[in-house]
Design a protein around this ligand. Sequence first.
Ligand code: GDP
Length: 324
Amino acid sequence: MTSAPNRKTTAPSVLALSGGIGGAKLDLGLYHVLKPWELAVAANTGDDFEHLGLTICPDLDTIMYTLSGTSDEVRGWGRQGETWACLSQLKEIGGSSWFGLGDKDLAVHLYRTELLRQGKPLGEITGNLFASFGIKAQVMPMADQPVGTIVHTTDGRDLPFQRYFVEERCAPGVRGFTYQDAETATPPTALLAMIRGGNLRAIVICPSNPFVSINPILSIPGIREALAASKTPIVAVSPLIGGAAVKGPLAKMLAEMGLPASNRSIADQYKGLLTGMIIDKTDGDDANNQLEMPVLAVNTLMNSLEDRKRLAQDVLEFADRLGE
Ligand code: GDP
């Protein structure tokens, strides 16, 4: 009798918690430096919204277009080679056109919405979509149920995230955030099993906005608790460089809430979870005096694919050292 052939394991070894733009950059780096199936991603869906009767999941789609190499790197969002026939027709007939919906992108929203209407869970639909884009990483929404990030403004309004972000262009001052219906949402079984299973090499909190990308994920019952109890090294990469966000309203939000735009403020959002933190090398002083945990200061600005891969490698090596 011959011995059993070596069985190839296809279980993920690294879990990333991710928002859209900053998150997807590091997801892509990890996807390149790992075997494709070794990466699992839990993605924020607090930004999801209904538009023209369609369910739109901006962060999931950004990750899908990024990992499949079909995103428009110049524009910074949406699909390469996109066309806009539907949107321009909508404009002509006086329809709602404030949200930039390309034709190819539209097909994804149509597909997702149709299956949701048939009662399919978002996680399953997401799995189908990513597979159809040829992506081998296991990318999951943070929950199958809708959870909405609400922005509480200094002028006393409670704005759904897309109204704050797209319609009002982040102009209103921010007092705080809630994650509507999070308490009744359930995390993916596979996600909890992965965190609790103890077989992961690293858990990475991507350089995403804590308030509108990562905290929504942590608000789903069971996820924060599972992470806090995990023995796997948990490493966060700061989305701030020199006290400024690379893109988006994070520094403005921190200031409006009376918090310093510092790596310490980011670490505070993940209290009780982190084994270590990666900050930009220009913020190296924070390592000594601000953050009471192991810190690695490297170049965290990801302009090129090489930058993304190098940072991903730094994250993995740092996590490996922390896990020794
Ligand atoms: P969203 O869901 O589309 O808002 O995207 P994320 O929350 O994932 O990403 C937004 C954050 O990414 C911002 O706070 C940026 O500062 C951060 N970010 C974007 N590009 C980079 C980068 O190259 N390096 C680092 N360190 N942060 C980045």
